[in-house]
Design a protein around this ligand. Structure first.
Ligand code: GDP
Ligand code: MG
Length: 371
């Protein structure tokens, strides 16, 4: 149905028709100047020239933008900081996440067993809230960032008081710096005999992380994941750091955010844990998520309860997507199922075109190798 004349397409892209014919040939399509080419082929060849093609009758941006517009500053209210724990192996990342989750999640649910959904929200002693991403480590952080997802607001850098700064400590600092995310240092394992927090402060000061008590601006908190010492303090300090950032979001709009984790569940189909960044995600909302679309059929919070609505900084497991998105993919609630399907369909088509182009390039290279 959708088609365009080769000459017209070349003109619109500002390239010579001959170049386009040659490019099509490398893609295995023989065409002449006057020939009409279909949308898929047009997308394919345009992608090869680094163009982004959309059907004239369909503009993804138009469908999405009205959701992003109307973000009145005065509608924004404070939101919980989203925190990732990083640090050298064995310095206590997992132990810290565990002790925070166990002591802080409101466990009203049966047996106090909390369902694991990849992120959780805790209440601090003074009533503030902090959201933790349950995947410690640098790989997750960089994978998200490489997909353009800025999920983390604050990094807790864990350094074992009896071990000091190690290679992955430095790596974590570099990742945080590159992302422009502030660091709160948790000097862990304070219960151990060899704990030497001053040494940690000294070593980190050489890496531009100067402690507040030494005249710098970095918050250091002494903790022990084993005894629980300093954990409440750590949470309060994270909140203090987040106040400086003035993290705000407008809960009164359609939701957007990012996928934190995803999987295919035999019974429930595609399951994704998402973190709402803006707006409020509600049961029944049509959404687009990466290459997939759907309608929220159920939402489950970090304590395993079904909920109807999830506001900013709330991690929630969603069911109802047509496929399994990748961690770091953006999700956005849209006006209708039709819009959702159209946007996802268009993205899928582009993705296929890219893959096809890659394949034909590889085939061609193989062909030449075999000559
Ligand atoms: P990760 O590799 O950074 O996730 O570190 P883990 O949380 O797996 O901890 C590594 C080891 O250190 C485990 O044996 C923990 O039990 C231990 N550990 C973690 N935190 C503490 C602490 O505060 N005190 C003591 N004594 N041991 C700890
Ligand atoms: Mg670990």
């Amino acid at each position: 149905d959708e088609a365009i004349e080769l000459a017209e397409l070349a003109k619109r892209m500002g390239i010579k028709a001959n170049e386009m014919i040659a490019k099509l040939m490398t893609l295995g399509v023989m065409a002449t100047v006057n020939q009409t080419i279909d949308f898929e082929t047009a997308t394919l060849v345009a992608t090869e020239f680094d163009f982004d093609v959309e059907k004239a009758s369909f503009e993804e941006e138009a469908l999405l933008n009205h959701e992003i517009d109307g973000d009145d500053e005065d509608k924004k209210i404070g939101r919980a900081p989203v925190v990732t724990i990083m640090g050298h192996v064995d310095h206590g990342k997992t132990s810290l996440l565990d002790v925070i989750r166990k002591s802080k999640i409101t466990s009203g649910e049966a047996g106090g067993i909390t369902q694991h959904i990849g992120a959780y929200n805790v209440e601090t002693p003074n009533g503030g809230r902090v959201t933790f991403l349950d995947t410690p480590g640098h790989a997750a952080f960089t994978a998200m960032r490489s997909r353009g997802a800025q999920v983390t607001d604050i990094v807790i850098l864990v350094v074992a008081a009896d071990d000091g700064v190690m290679p992955q400590t430095i790596e974590a600092i570099n990742h945080s710096k590159a992302a422009g995310v502030p660091v709160v240092v948790a000097v862990n394992k304070m219960d151990k005999a060899g704990a030497d927090p001053d040494r940690i402060m000294r070593e980190l000061s050489e890496l531009d992380l100067l402690a507040e008590e030494w005249g710098g601006s970095v918050i250091f908190v002494k903790v022990s994941a084993k005894t629980g010492e300093g954990i409440d303090d750590l949470l309060e300090m994270v909140l203090l750091q987040s106040e400086v950032l003035e993290l705000k979001a407008n809960p009164d709009r359609k939701a957007m955010g990012y996928v934190v984790e995803s999987r295919l569940d035999t019974g429930r189909g595609a399951v994704a844990t998402v973190l709402v960044k803006q707006g409020t995600l509600s049961d029944g909302d049509p959404i687009v998520c990466g290459l997939y679309s759907g309608r929220i059929r159920a939402m489950i919070d970090d304590s395993g309860s079904r909920i109807d609505a999830a506001g900013p900084s709330t991690p929630v497991e969603i069911i109802g997507l047509s496929g399994v998105p990748d961690a770091g993919d953006e999700f956005i609630a849209v006006a209708s199922d039709k819009d959702a399907k159209q946007i996802a369909g268009n993205r899928m088509q582009k993705q296929r075109a890219k893959e096809l182009a890659k394949k034909s390039r590889a085939n061609l290279e193989k062909m030449f190798e075999n000559l």
